[in-house]
Ligand binder design. Sequence first.
Ligand code: ADP
Ligand code: ZN
Ligand code: ZN
Length: 700
Amino acid sequence: MGAQNTSVSASLDSQVTSRFWLGVALDVPIDAVFDYFHDEPVAVGCRVIVNFGRRKVIGVVVSNPDQPNFAADKVKAVDEVLEDTPPLSTQWLDMARFAASYYQRPLGEVILPVLPASLRKLSAYTGKLAAGGPVARLAKRKVRALAKVASDVPPQLNDEQTAAAAAILDTGSANTILLFGVTGSGKTEVYLDAALKVLARGKQVLFMVPEINLTPQFELALRRRLQHNDGEYELAVLHSGLSEGQRLRAWLAISSGQAKVLLGTRLSIFTPLPDLGLIIVDEEHDTSYKQQEGLRYSARDLAVWRGHQAGVPVVLGSATPSLESWAHAKAGRYKLCSLTHRARAVSMPDITLIDTRRAQLEQGFSPQLLKAIQHSLDQEQQALVFINRRGYSPVLNCSSCGWVSQCTRCSAYTVMHRSPIGRSYLQCHHCGFQTPTPKHCPDCRDQDLKPMGRGTQRIEEFLAEHFPAARIIRIDADSTRRKGEAEALFAQVHAGEVDILVGTQMVAKGHDFANLGLVVVLNADTMLFAQDFRAPERLFAQLMQVAGRAGRHTGGARVLIQTEYPEQSVYQSLIKHDYAGFAHNALAEREAIALPPFAFQALLTAESKELAVALSFLTAARDLPQKFNPALPGTEQVRLYDPVPLRIVRVANVERAQLLIESTHRPSLQLFLRAWGFELHQLGREHKVRWVLEVDPLEI
Ligand code: ADP
Ligand code: ZN
Ligand code: ZN
């Protein structure tokens, strides 16, 4: 694995026999690869310790140039070449390069942050504790063997499942497959069937899920099936909830090829898989696949790219595909496989809209809803009450002077919460600020402070009063904050120890509940009129997914959705279970006004203590192309909108505004962003703002 194109320069210091030039990527916000040298060849993909400024840092060798870019006599030697892991492969580096270029980030800021911390933090290699580095220490550590799980026998696949599994592995056609299967249609069995065939050929499988909470369910399904085929295909799991040691172990097991299946959340897309044979992206429409900080990548889109690069199939599975993926499938770029009915040959749930304009509500519940829950209890079935708002109530209000609980640091209300011991406090969901709930109005001192509206806690409280015999649990971000809590709560539901489950979107996706016969939805309308053009798509997907938790094993389930706008087309498509109809209309609307997927977008967001500063930076950024025209490539195809403040303009005393960039031609947008992004660095320094450029933003 010698370096190529090495140069031996006799004109240099005679002490130095040979210098092998290295281009090294570092995790610094400078769009450059840095020159170093070593007295022996170092392969591309190796990790090295180098001096940068006054610090020592870990970097990755990304090139072996003939000559440095920098004056050769100023180039420093690398400190140490780390040989405790194999070099990152060229394929892996190509993916990192693609991500850096597509998402407009310096290469080093892509490569290093996606490595397990102990492979990129110098502290793992310095000091007595770290003698030999993290990998050496791991090797010494005994690994606790996993408890065996009982294997299970795969069900006989139905015709649609069989066809889908065959289509995935049919290499003769498009390698991206959109597996469009209604909720409960048995997509998991299709994934497993295809995965086992790929494993049997000695290849690796990457299986991505949108949420940590879904990993235990799939881990169990995979382990049962992998054992059944007694092939000892080792399974590694990767998500952000792991300890550093666990994460490093999983990474090493997969990147060495020892483990054959990687189950993980979005970050797993950046794991080296030397024998990659198949990528599965479950619930591909889920916005959790988009990273919202640092490198703002879409793991789904990178999966498609990676599958293409490696020449392996990529399965995108969903009952409600993203309109982007649906449009690709309709245009023939993806292969469309449909599962049109439920695998256990049971009916789809019956979805009913309840018009709340004419209903007498009790704590947000119409009489039909309460009756349906009572009926569900009588039938000894489980009911799910879905409300996408956590806490007790979204705002506290003084009925005598009109004071409302407002975060002092954000342009948002503080939400009333109850702590587990019953203490009441106000919390800002944007900056995290917390304060005890005041006993009287801070303005007029009146004691009559009223919680306005309802969140999961208040719903739970009401249901407990109304159905005193029912066993009720709540699953939301608050009830599952500690490690293992979510898993324990879901286990209770699966064990039948729960009658009524109150939950946010956390419970809506992916879970296969056996005995859930009723789903009721409380505040769906709040999403209907959101400003984002994707709001209807999200609402449709979310309601379809939550409805899909009902009646998966026995059928005959009901879904009741309360709304003041039953005539809206989102709801009308929903009651017919008509994703295709919904998508057709939504795509026609998008096409008419040239929105994604018929246009490509980027979003420049600026942050400053003063809104005027953020806006003036954005205005200057918008005007840059005019100044540079026609020097900025792509400009004539790109449209820049006027800068606008964000809907929640202030968070933690920082004002935020953004500028939308759009083009119907993706390469033009990319060309433009590269040139423009380069100019933004200087402009940002002049205006003293923090800014971030996001490509393919999901929220506008
Ligand atoms: P999806 O992910 O498409 O919503 P699942 O994969 O969770 O659906 O499958 C729904 C249920 O149907 C699961 O309980 C699963 O075990 C069962 N199932 C799937 N395929 C079959 C089959 N061919 N025969 C019988 N049961 C099946
Ligand atoms: Zn008051
Ligand atoms: Zn706040």
